[in-house]
Write a protein that binds this ligand. Structure first.
Ligand SMILES: O=C1O[C@H](COP(=O)(O)O)[C@@H](O)[C@H](O)[C@H]1O
Length: 272
């Protein structure tokens, strides 16, 4: 099932990030109840990292068994491991370093200390994803287990920020990454937003997620959000491309919402 996007609008970015954090905690608890573990794909960016801080500050955070959460990243900047530009480093500072996570379940894309090029780091990340998919397949005892493992593990929740230029992860308008159809991960060069070298999941990989949550705040994002929700071409407006298997949820603040098509906005305060 590919659901229509749902939009939930919050008064400001602070309320937004607290609300996303609450949803994330609840969702992780639900998925762990069902599957014994949960997998989340994190994003960098203002709202992405602010949400992780809000999770760390939440009194409900201990409801999740953090040692049974698998962490992946939608994109990473290809810089040195100790660079403050790293999305993974920011995520550790905001949340992961405060939790009893299982290091074996924290899957960080490689850094410029480990690989010569972003393409090499991307290929290694694709291998790590494949190994996780194979392990998941081997552990699956259900009747509907597919015959062969896929190349990606199940992503329960995938978070994506959106840039003012409508980029998601490190897929930028008109660049090769947003056009990629076969590889799950690509190296990105000449990113219009620094740092210029990056690693990114591609749209086909992103769209295997059960739930995709687009997390956006700020007036400078209103145009990108409006175009994405109006159904623009993802090559020009990458934020138009992500579609979750079960749900695509836009969690945004009022400043980012001024150009959202009205028929997509839920009127009840719960949003979706
Ligand atoms: O470079 C990136 O930018 C986007 C959005 O960031 P924001 O600060 O404008 O919210 C982010 O989603 C992505 O993960 C990141 O690498």
């Amino acid at each position: 099932m590919h659901a229509e996007p749902r939009v939930s609008i919050h008064p400001d970015s602070k309320v937004l990030m607290a609300a996303i954090a609450a949803r994330l905690i609840t969702k992780l608890v639900d998925v762990q109840d069902k599957h014994g573990e949960a997998t989340v794909v994190l994003t960098g960016g203002t709202v992405g990292i602010g949400t992780l801080k809000a999770v760390a500050d939440s009194a409900a955070a201990p409801a999740v068994d953090w040692s049974r959460v698998n962490f992946w990243w939608g994109d990473e900047r290809f810089v040195a491991a100790d660079s403050d530009d790293r999305n993974t480093r920011q995520a550790h500072q905001a949340l992961l370093s405060h939790l009893a996570v299982d290091p074996a379940r924290v899957h960080e894309p490689g850094s410029a200390d480990q690989y010569a090029t972003a393409d090499e780091a991307a290929a290694a990340y694709a291998e790590e994803l494949k190994a996780a998919a194979e392990a998941e397949h081997a552990a699956d005892t259900s009747d509907d287990r597919p015959e062969q493992p896929g190349t990606l593990p199940r992503f329960d929740i995938l978070l994506l920020g959106v840039g003012p230029d409508a980029h998601v992860a490190s897929l930028f308008p008109e660049q090769a990454g947003i056009r990629e159809k076969s590889r799950p991960v690509v190296g990105v060069e000449n990113s219009p937003k620094p740092p210029s070298s990056r690693i990114s999941l591609t749209l086909p990989a992103i769209n295997t997620a059960q739930e995709i949550w687009m997390v956006v705040a700020g007036e400078d994002k209103a145009g990108a959000v409006g175009l994405a929700l109006a159904g623009a071409n993802p090559v020009q407006v990458p934020a138009a491309g992500p579609v979750g298997r079960a749900r695509t949820l836009w969690l945004i603040d009022e400043n980012a919402a001024s150009r959202v098509p009205q028929q997509l906005v839920r009127k009840d305060p719960a949003g979706a």
